[in-house]
Design a protein around this ligand. Structure first.
Ligand code: B12
Ligand code: SF4
Length: 614
């Protein structure tokens, strides 16, 4: 099931609303002197192709955005800790400004659930009178906020509150809490009072354990879908977030100071940057259009140019990855941005000489933009990731075909933009097919001939918040355990075959490896080196080296799983994971984030636990 949409016309914040709350908080911030630590959860078992290096060498935009929002709102005592760099960090040992912070926040993706829960558990060891308010956020919580709560003696415990939205929701929550907070009172005490008085119910985008007359009801309260910021120029300045990073280290606590500006570029040479949000397509396996409530949100070209320039000036950053869902989604808006970037000049220096940027697009929209590709390159674009999925459009149709994909790839390559295909392997696709383009290797060959520089092949995997999610489970495709090994969250990354009706799922696992090996190997490295005088110069050769190194890691991590699939017994799930606690919305409405409801399915057992049919 997709996330529900707010009423038509009520999806977005009023223009200026985010700017206003930032201003209001800045006024009251000095009175409160909050210290905040924001940790980014990261499961190191997810380190393999196709994301190896990008996962640790690009500080995630989410945690930076929240850090920037805190500093912008006047809470300068804020530190960002990445488990990517500080895997031994323990919240129970953290001190900032000589004290236990008032707020401990965690940003997590779904597959990093295990370390996220571990961080929460550890934070709960802090002595009660000093314990910070624990706030969970990030894409895990956008879709499955109930995951950060676990059963305790008095009902749900774990995080104090999950934020199911973006910066505005957090600032809105803080404003409510600070308006109730007494002098010297802890943020947890203010939170408890806000919960008791019902003040939190007026903040859309929260999930928290509900209390009545001071006692837990055992339920989770869901205050509904957030309102989204429509004009991304209202977002706080992304330059602020980089100034808050904890330097990499092996310690459990925090350093006295954040990392120096001149080290940022070496630690995180690629900078992810929000340019746009949303996509007009509606692929049934993708949660993005639902999350964005079918809205397309953009930053202006002028703001993007200025941010890139200042990130370059302040930290020496040169390479930017747009966190777009589909950068070419709207031709007019895209052209506005690239025309501005192509023209932008700062201190007499054209921006395009200083920065390079990359993004994600679709084949269909690339062809619509064909005549503008030279301009897009002039604006600084050097690589685009394209969701090709299956070139024959058998798995999903979004305007692609063998000819169109080839055309799009050649057009990009001709102007000097590296086309980077993202493919999806599925049960119906053989490794190789005779006299057709259906096989995985056949398609990889076509893509390489058309100019592909890197490769991403993932197995179709259920993703929460999508239309296909429930059905993939209820049709018995999803594995619970294989040869006794439990499928865990970190394996929901598309690199493990964990959902399949194929008679020999181990073959699917080996197909993924074969696909990578066919693309990344010494032979193609030699060819890439020989052809390195083309417009995209040494990039294909560089990608071959990165790909081969990543492949070693992928084989090491997934070969054992293929072995289990070959010889072990596969136990399947009957239905998707659900909230372990009843959830309810404000004013008796259904909870917006209880995406899976078992009403009428006749299913009463999940993973061995009895689920009441309500
Ligand atoms: C860039 C990106 C990547 C990069 C990440 C690099 C990096 N280190 O940053 C790369 C290419 C490596 C990557 C890899 C993967 N990704 Co990815 N990726 C994205 C993408 C396109 C943008 C992420 C981003 O920076 N967004 C911009 C920031 C500002 O948004 P945000 O992170 O959501 O943060 C906001 C809110 O969530 C919230 N928030 C965040 N943290 C916190 C914390 C607190 C306390 C609070 C209050 C709020 C809060 O506020 C933020 C500001 O608005 C998103 C899709 C999207 N449009 O978001 C997918 C996405 C995050 N990826 C996803 C997935 C599944 C993956 C992969 C597993 C591959 C795959 N199968 O698709 C791998 C995992 C790799 C790994 N080891 O972690 C999913 C996650 C789904 C989920 N339930 O968690 C997403 C959402 C795409 C999707 N399918 O829907 N990815
Ligand atoms: S084109 Fe990409 S972003 Fe858009 S709905 Fe499909 S998978 Fe999601």
């Amino acid at each position: 099931m997709e996330l529900p949409r707010r009423d038509c016309g009520d999806e977005l914040l009023r223009p200026g609303e985010l700017t206003d709350i930032r201003r209001r908080l800045r006024r009251i911030a000095p009175k409160h002197d909050l210290a905040t630590v924001i940790a980014c959860a990261f499961d190191h078992r997810t380190r393999m192709l196709p994301f190896i290096f990008a996962d640790t060498r690009m500080v995630p935009a989410g945690v930076r955005a929240i850090g920037s929002a805190m500093v912008d709102a006047g809470f300068e005592k804020t530190r960002l800790v990445l488990q990517q760099w500080n895997r031994y960090f323990r919240p129970s040992r953290m001190q900032l400004d000589g004290r236990v912070p008032d707020l401990f926040m965690i940003s997590s993706m779904g597959m990093h659930l295990a370390p996220c829960l571990e961080l929460i558990r550890d934070a709960q060891h802090i002595e009660l009178r000093h314990r910070p308010l624990i706030i969970a956020g990030g894409s895990l919580n956008l879709y499955q906020p109930y995951e950060v709560f676990r059963a305790g003696p008095n009902g749900p415990c774990g995080a104090d509150v999950a934020v199911t939205g973006e910066e505005y929701v957090l600032l809105n929550l803080l404003e409510v809490l600070l308006s109730l907070r007494g002098t010297g009172e802890s943020m947890r005490a203010a939170f408890d009072r806000a919960r008791q008085t019902g003040a939190l119910r007026a903040v859309p985008g929260l999930v928290y354990p509900e209390y009545q007359r001071g006692r837990p009801t055992g339920e989770l309260m869901d205050t509904g879908m957030q309102r989204l910021v429509g004009d991304l120029d209202e977002l706080p300045d992304s330059v602020l977030g980089y100034g808050l990073l904890e330097a990499p280290g092996r310690g459990a606590g925090l350093a006295a100071r954040a990392v120096e500006a001149q080290r940022v570029r070496r630690l995180s040479p690629i900078s992810s940057l929000v340019l746009t949000f949303g996509c007009k397509f509606a692929c049934p396996y993708c949660p993005i259009p639902g999350y964005n409530q079918r809205q397309h949100r953009v930053k202006s070209g002028a703001r993007i140019a200025e941010e890139m320039w200042r990130l370059h000036k302040t930290y020496g950053l040169r390479y930017f990855f747009g966190t777009d869902d589909n950068f070419f989604n709207h031709k007019g808006r895209t052209l506005d941005i690239v025309e501005t970037l192509a023209r932008a000049e700062f201190e007499g220096v054209p921006l395009r000489r200083k920065v390079r940027w990359y993004s994600e697009v679709t084949v269909h929209d690339t062809l619509q933009m064909k005549e503008h590709l030279p301009l897009i390159r002039t604006a600084g674009c050097r690589a685009l990731w394209l969701g090709v999925e299956d070139m024959t459009a058998t798995l999903v149709k979004k305007g692609q075909s063998v000819d169109k994909t080839t055309d799009a790839f050649r057009s990009l390559r001709n102007v000097g933009i590296c086309p980077m295909p993202m493919m999806m392997h599925h049960d119906g696709q053989p490794l190789y097919s005779r006299h057709s383009s259906y096989g995985l290797l056949n398609q990889i060959k076509l893509l390489r001939q058309a100019g592909a520089v890197s490769l991403q092949v993932l197995m179709v995997t259920p993703s929460p918040g999508t239309r296909l999610y429930d059905e993939t489970f209820t049709s018995g495709q999803v594995f619970d355990n294989v040869a006794g090994r439990q499928v865990q969250n970190y394996m929901y990354d598309g690199n493990y075959v964990i959902a399949s009706n194929h008679q020999r799922p181990w073959r699917k696992q080996l197909n993924l490896l074969a696909g990578y090996l066919y693309f990344y190997n010494p032979l193609w490295l030699a060819v890439a080196l020989m052809r390195s005088n083309s417009k995209v110069s040494l990039k294909p050769a560089g990608m071959q080296i990165v790909g081969m190194m990543g492949l070693v890691q992928t084989v090491r991590r997934t070969f054992g799983w293929a072995w289990r699939l070959r010889w072990g017994r596969i136990k399947r799930l009957a239905c998707p994971p659900v909230s372990p606690f009843p959830m309810r919305g404000v004013n008796g409405e259904p909870a917006a984030h209880e995406l899976v409801r078992l009403v009428g399915t006749g299913v009463t057992q999940i993973n061995g636990a009895t689920i009441p049919e309500s």
